[in-house]
Ligand binder design. Structure first.
Ligand SMILES: [Zn+2]
Length: 280
């Protein structure tokens, strides 16, 4: 059994194929996917997806969607978490975090707004006793600062791509790290080194569908400008991606499935309850 700890099943790109590909994923052993929201307008779709497809979801405002968000959306998030706090499918606050690709990075109005949304959502996670699903791009140290400041000590740093020292700091803070399609590229040497060497209990598997396609779905920029669409990533790719990581680590695939499922359940305790009560 596998868990895809990060897939945007509600994304528009997946609409036409989502139901069918979710079935393929299930047939390949992906029992559960975590569907993180990215903005207020996606909260309902994430919850509906989870209800209709036996998955779980997270509610939050993604750093890349903060620019278009209103501070009132934070009040709306609080009300939404309050209203659904007893929903067993609601397993985390996410996707929240910081993205260092804003211009300018680490200072200025755009960064400041990201930071304020991040800290406010960390406080909501703490208040509702939920772990976090984190987007951390070129911002590991700033994310750690926020986690320490608010005292959030559970969750997943999704699509992790930091240094060995930053990985250790994330683990010391009590979080696990998500690895996905990026590990399937031979050129991703530092990331593959991390995936191969981190302690086994610190890793969860994810696809980040429809984004970050594995190497076998990747369409180059040139091919895309010539009209070939990017391959669509989703939870049905999770076992193949996880097999690459298992091979990098020299471990048996089924043992890796067991290990990473246990890690995901530890990182998202309500998901464990959900699995014990509902998943077959
Ligand atoms: Zn995401």
């Amino acid at each position: 059994m596998w868990i895809d700890t990060h897939c945007h099943w509600d994304a528009a790109e997946l609409h036409a194929v989502a139901a069918q590909r979710r079935e393929v994923a299930r047939a390949r052993g992906v029992a559960l996917a975590v569907v993180p929201a990215v903005s207020k307008s996606t909260w309902l779709a994430c919850r509906s997806w989870a209800q209709q497809h036996g998955d779980v979801y997270a509610l939050g405002i993604h750093p890349l969607f903060v620019a278009d968000a209103d501070f009132g959306d934070l009040d709306a998030l609080e009300a939404e978490l309050e209203a659904h706090q007893h929903d067993p499918r609601l397993v985390a606050v996410g996707e929240i975090g910081l993205d260092g690709f804003v211009d300018p990075p680490y200072s200025g109005a755009a960064w400041d707004k990201q930071w304020r949304f991040f800290v406010a959502q960390l406080k909501l996670a703490k208040r509702f006793g939920l772990p976090v699903v984190l987007h951390v791009r070129s911002a590991v140290d700033a994310v750690l600062k926020g986690l320490r400041q608010v005292g959030v000590e559970a969750g997943i740093a999704h699509a992790f791509n930091g240094s060995d020292a930053q990985a250790q700091a994330i683990a010391r803070q009590g979080l696990v790290m998500g690895f996905g399609g990026a590990c399937t590229f031979d050129a991703a040497r530092r990331l593959r080194h991390l995936a191969a060497t981190l302690p086994a209990e610190q890793i969860v598997m994810e696809t980040d569908g429809p984004d970050i396609p594995p190497q076998w779905l990747y369409v180059t920029k040139d091919a895309r400008s010539a009209g070939q669409p990017q391959g669509l990533n989703a939870s049905d790719e999770l076992p193949a991606i996880a097999r690459v990581v298992a091979d990098l680590r020299g471990v048996d695939t089924s043992a890796w499935a067991q290990q990473t499922t246990a890690n995901a359940c530890r990182a998202l305790p309500r998901m464990k309850v959900w699995i014990d009560e509902h998943a077959s």
